[in-house]
Design a protein around this ligand. Sequence first.
Ligand SMILES: Nc1nc2c(ncn2[C@@H]2O[C@H](COP(=O)(O)OP(=O)(O)OP(=O)(O)O)[C@@H](O)[C@H]2O)c(=O)[nH]1
Ligand SMILES: [Mg+2]
Length: 346
Amino acid sequence: MTDDTLTGLGWSDHFARQLTPEDAALTPARLAEVHRDRMRAVTPTGQIELLPTESTGAYAVGDWVLSDGTHAIRRLTPTSDITRRAAGRDVRIQRIAANVDTLGIVTSCNADFNVARLERYLALAHSGGCLPLIVLTKPDKADNADDYLRQAQRLSPLVTAISLNARIPEEVARLTPWCKNGQTLALVGSSGVGKTTLRNALTGEEAATRGIREDDARGRHTTTNRSLAPTLAGGWLIDTPGMRELQLADAGEGIEAVFDDIEELALTCRFRNCAHEGEPGCAVRAAIAAGDLDADRLARWEKLRREDRHNTETVAESRARGKAFNRMVKEAVSKSKRRRDPGGPA
Ligand SMILES: Nc1nc2c(ncn2[C@@H]2O[C@H](COP(=O)(O)OP(=O)(O)OP(=O)(O)O)[C@@H](O)[C@H]2O)c(=O)[nH]1
Ligand SMILES: [Mg+2]
């Protein structure tokens, strides 16, 4: 196996450095699909099925693993890790995709377009360690497509926004720079925004797509699995099911990056612990009064920070509870073993 063929799958020195002499008999494989009891992976010599050696929640599409041909023996630390708080009442971190170079945040020029949601996705990309790219689909359906594009570009100076008709392959080709030569582009967004339509144009596949409800632009959750597929340009594309809700956790850094204008202003408030609620010398409130900062943007920043703090704490608490429970179970098991085998090791 040459380095070149591995590089084409997205392999780099970052992974090579994690190999130890004990791994000599194992081969690298990149996860293309993760199911409850099995996984599909791509290797330089073709696709293989792999069995997990940890709970499948530990793996994400895009992960590199070392395999003995049947099992994923070891998972390598990824270059980027897109995670969220799992949907529902669960307090778990869910891994969405790994080793993603660019996170394509897909939204449409219709009722799906929502600045607060886009800011969430931008924070998700930053905290996950990859570049955000906003892809605005369905400009052909809107009279004011340029307004949507301007709004998206105004979100942050760090962000690139592109507007294209996902049904026209020549237009979708503008995404090629982000998914060629072993580069991985992952697409996220609500159901019905055109992620799979983009995937099909970029990979030449014909995965299922379905029309949306015209009254409220909601999709029908057509894609149900995350998957990694090769693009025609020699890179990789991760398609994901539409997200109903994106709750951030452990995303403090991402939020800071997306709202760095407010974070910078806050540094110049008279009081270090200023809550920007009317304290004297508050630079944030002064900027709002001067028309330099939008009060709604401040409210969105505060909401995201509160949510992230709450979720991060809840996840940490639930991990601690889980660990305490495991310890209790272990102690109970070893106690009952000792009772059954009093002569055994203590
Ligand atoms: N007119 C127009 N229709 C589009 C465009 N992009 C996607 N569509 C249509 O929108 C519908 C939904 O597209 P999908 O690709 O299935 O959306 P998705 O984001 O994969 O949806 P889920 O799999 O449910 O998350 C399909 O009927 C597409 O043909 C676009 O740029 N213009
Ligand atoms: Mg889809």
